[in-house]
Design a protein around this ligand. Structure first.
Ligand SMILES: [Zn+2]
Length: 350
């Protein structure tokens, strides 16, 4: 049996779904501002998972992932506690920008302080009101503006339990990612709360496939934590591709890029990824892959300056594992079981 707890001055009782609007500093107009949080606190004791999005205010795929997740009828059978925070950086979200108004990065401002910058104060509030109540977390991101990512989980794969949970999401690609100082993932980890990062799609855009893989991934994660009933007759898990090193191929010259390597495609060392040319096509320069690998991220804006990061290549020792993963991964079948199949009734976002 669970006990009640306090969040933002609201008592969350077992067997309830409660919306809490966490007060944050006012807008400059003096209008009040809050971070919306919804908590499903079941009667049965179990893990306490937070799911958050838009830590970077322009990364909106996760906002839609959380909306779909919270509408699932299977949440009535939740064990433990689900804490959903669809828009963490509310100031960036309303301005449609990645950062806070003073250009600080919230995801470099943890653990934060009550006397620091606005970003630092939000970080501290998030630790106090969300992370402190949680045992696990998943943080939803997209590529930066004009950059898109193939659906991937970033996590510390050398940590056994984190590795188990990352694989359980059944997201096609896992990237072993070092901890960045000041990030939510690094700080929560220090508090004993392992956090996975789901990265998919592009800032300021919805991507239906990335949203579906994300919803299914969180449901799978919650099953691995015994928070949701296990799926009946679930197919053998296709092994995710694990990437342990990656590099960005940068623009060798400025110009207009004609990209030819698709996101998620396999490339060989020396293979052409695109061509940069001047407006008349008199000078063309090929962009080639430095290594064999998979295109895990790429630019979406064709206008490039020398040095711009164009293609993010996840290095694969052999392409066999990558080919097997891509074969096993059917992007139209993210809603493959009884928990998520009801979402097929919703028209896809196009
Ligand atoms: Zn981000």
């Amino acid at each position: 049996m669970q006990t009640p707890f306090e969040m933002g001055g609201v008592t969350i009782v077992p067997g309830s779904r409660t919306t809490v609007n966490l007060p944050v500093p006012n807008l400059s107009t003096a209008a009040p501002m809050t971070i919306p949080v919804q908590v499903i606190h079941s009667k049965q004791a179990g893990p306490r998972l937070f799911v958050c999005a838009a830590l970077h205010g322009d990364e909106i795929n996760g906002v839609e992932i959380i909306r779909r997740l919270m509408r699932l009828t299977v949440m009535r059978r939740l064990r433990g506690t689900l804490i959903a925070v669809p828009i963490v950086n509310v100031f960036g979200f309303v301005s449609q920008i990645r950062y806070l108004p003073d250009r600080r990065d919230l995801n470099r401002s943890f653990p934060g302080s009550a006397k620091g910058s606005l970003a630092s104060r939000l970080a501290q509030l998030f630790i106090q009101e969300i992370v402190r109540h949680a045992t696990h977390g998943i943080d939803l991101h997209t590529g930066a503006i004009h950059r898109t990512n193939y659906p991937q989980i970033r996590a510390d794969l050398d940590h056994a339990e984190t590795h188990r949970l990352a694989v359980a999401c059944r997201v096609p690609l896992l990237i072993n990612a070092g901890l960045r100082k000041g990030s939510l993932r690094e700080t929560a980890g220090r508090y004993g709360v392992p956090v996975l990062v789901y990265e998919a799609g592009e800032a300021l855009r919805f991507d239906e496939n990335c949203i579906r893989v994300g919803v299914a991934g969180i449901v799978n994660l919650m099953r691995a934590l015994d928070m949701l009933p296990h799926a009946r007759g679930q197919a053998e898990e296709p092994a995710p591709l694990i990437i342990r090193s990656s590099s960005w191929e940068r623009a060798p010259v400025s110009g207009v890029l004609r990209a030819t390597a698709e996101l998620g495609s396999l490339v060989k060392a020396g293979e052409q990824l695109g061509v940069i040319s001047d407006p008349f096509g008199e000078n063309e320069m090929a962009v080639k892959s430095p290594d064999s690998g998979i295109v895990v991220g790429r630019i979406t804006l064709p206008v490039v300056n020398e040095g711009d990061a164009l293609f993010h290549i996840g290095h694969t020792t052999g392409t066999k594992a990558a080919a097997e993963m891509l074969d096993a991964y059917d992007k139209d079948e993210a809603y493959h079981d009884e928990a998520t199949s009801e979402l097929k009734q919703e028209p896809p976002i196009v």
